[in-house]
Design a protein around this ligand. Structure first.
Ligand code: ADP
Length: 276
């Protein structure tokens, strides 16, 4: 945006020049565009199951009215679509709540061993249905980080559920906790590894975008909302942690969450660890 302003008369002198101001509105425009893309995507995602529901209602009121078999089949599909809509709404609300407080650092402490144990029992039935083993040997020590337990449960539930959904052919999902260091700073790595199809490299940088799905034709992707990893990313931003994705097509994927480790003397000190 360019603004041209005539320079006002100064101390009786008549100006014969103009002031030209340049405003760079690129960032502002990008945020505006992202917001309107998001609304358009969210509406589209909600409209699809809604249109399908409306179509089935019409068929049930008309041609399929007296066909009990068709009715049962259609009702089952309608139920699936309703579940999908409510999952989408839950994820949208979750994302908006998390985005709102993403600049507020968490105050509490959470033990990752307990977090993973909870997620593992929560997802046990899904893994069993898919014939998968959720491999996690709880270590003898605690892996305490600065964090909100419920949000961290959400992070690992998303990662482990994805590993189950997209890595089902691999027979097992491995979950591990280990201490490491990055640029001399101690970190804790919590990794979720599957032995499924893997993700082509060109998709990896876009995985945490809202609604981004690699292969929408794939029946497993269809069941997802494309919001899971975006929720994970926003929670991790708040936790000053990051997601590292390592995937090889045909071999599987490892999603690692890297947390800053607490300082040695942290047990006494209530302050929050600041990371670089
Ligand atoms: P969704 O609800 O579709 O699972 P996510 O944001 O959790 O959404 O994931 C985005 C996409 O990333 C998925 O649709 C899938 O294509 C891909 N993806 C995520 N995790 C894995 C994985 N472990 N293996 C292969 N692809 C994955």
């Amino acid at each position: 945006l360019i603004e041209i302003l005539p320079v006002p008369a100064y101390q009786g002198m008549q100006p014969n020049f103009f002031l030209v101001l340049f405003h760079d509105r690129t960032a502002e425009r990008r945020v505006e565009r992202m917001r309107s893309d998001f609304v358009a995507n969210a509406s589209h995602e909600l409209r699809t199951p809604l249109a399908s529901l409306a179509g089935f209602i019409e068929t049930l009121q008309g041609p399929a009215r007296d066909d009990p078999q068709a009715r049962d089949r259609f009702l089952a599909i309608m139920r699936e679509q309703a579940t999908r809509m409510s999952r989408l709404i839950d994820d949208l609300l979750s994302l908006s709540r998390i985005e709102m407080r993403r600049h507020v650092a968490p105050q509490a402490r959470a033990d990752l061993v307990a977090v993973i144990a909870k997620v593992r029992s929560q997802l046990g039935p899904l893994a069993e249905d898919l014939g998968l083993k959720l491999d996690f040997t709880p270590p003898n020590e605690r892996f305490v980080v600065v964090g909100d337990e419920d949000e961290l449960i959400q992070v690992f539930a998303n990662l482990i559920e994805n590993a189950c959904k997209y890595g089902a052919d691999g027979g097992k999902v491995e979950i591990a906790l280990e201490r490491s260091s990055e640029r001399g700073e101690p970190v804790i790595d919590a990794s979720v590894r599957d032995f499924g199809a893997g993700i082509p490299a060109e998709h990896v940088p876009r995985l945490t975008e809202r609604f981004y799905r690699v292969d929408v034709g794939n029946s497993r992707s269809k069941r997802g909302t494309g919001l899971g990893l975006s929720i994970v990313r926003n929670i991790l931003l708040r936790h000053k942690s990051r997601l590292i994705v390592d995937s090889v097509v045909g071999r599987g994927s490892t999603f690692t969450v890297r947390f800053p480790a607490l300082a040695q003397n942290d047990k006494e000190s209530p302050k929050i660890l600041e990371t670089s």
